[in-house]
Design a protein around this ligand. Structure first.
Ligand code: SAM
Length: 165
């Protein structure tokens, strides 16, 4: 999904599932007054904004990152604030340092993103290194993507064959 406007219009279900998980784990996560959070795969920013404003203490700051410039530009335009910013980042990048600082974030969140990342080992390694000692990583990752099941069938239809690779 590369078009931020389209995803923005249809990502409410993902957001609802994010917040359901967050409310379920709320008592298991230790939250300080001022959390410093990284949201990996922030997309157009709407769910970063909604999830974080419902879940985090008011003094917290959030940095949303996404591999897509279009998503980051959209998020920055619509959802940035003194406590929320958006930056382009490929979480599987092997050269994060020194552009990024190790042990910077108290929490790393990632919703509906890591199942789409090929080099998951590198993604988790980077998230771990960006995390302060004692911090927590919270991810919502579908184990099986409905689209992966449907895709081979859709690819056989002339209408959709051109999108198959
Ligand atoms: C399905 S969207 C999820 C957006 C948002 N987290 C939500 O719950 O609505 C997945 C996002 O992950 C981003 N993404 C995919 N691979 C990535 C990577 N290697 N590093 C950072 N972001 C990535 C995509 O560009 C896309 O915006």
């Amino acid at each position: 999904m590369r078009d931020p406007k389209t995803y923005h219009n249809y990502c409410d279900l993902a957001g609802q599932m994010d917040r359901e998980v967050l409310s379920y784990i709320k008592d298991l996560v230790s939250l300080d007054d001022k959390e410093h959070v990284l949201d990996v795969g922030c997309g157009p920013g709407i769910n970063t904004y909604r999830n974080m404003t419902t879940f985090l203490p008011k003094g917290s700051t959030v940095t949303g990152v996404d591999i897509s410039s279009e998503m980051v530009e959209f998020a920055e335009k619509h959802y940035s604030s003194p406590s929320m910013k958006f930056i382009k980042l490929d979480i599987t990048d092997s050269n994060l340092w020194p552009t990024w600082r190790k042990e910077e974030f108290s929490k790393v969140f990632s919703f509906f993103t890591l199942h789409r990342v090929l080099n998951q080992r590198k993604a988790y390694e980077n998230m771990y290194n960006l995390l302060k000692p004692g911090g927590e990583i919270i991810t919502v990752t579908p184990i099986e993507d409905g689209l992966d099941i449907l895709a081979p069938f859709l690819a056989r239809l002339p209408k959709y064959a051109k999108y198959a690779d």
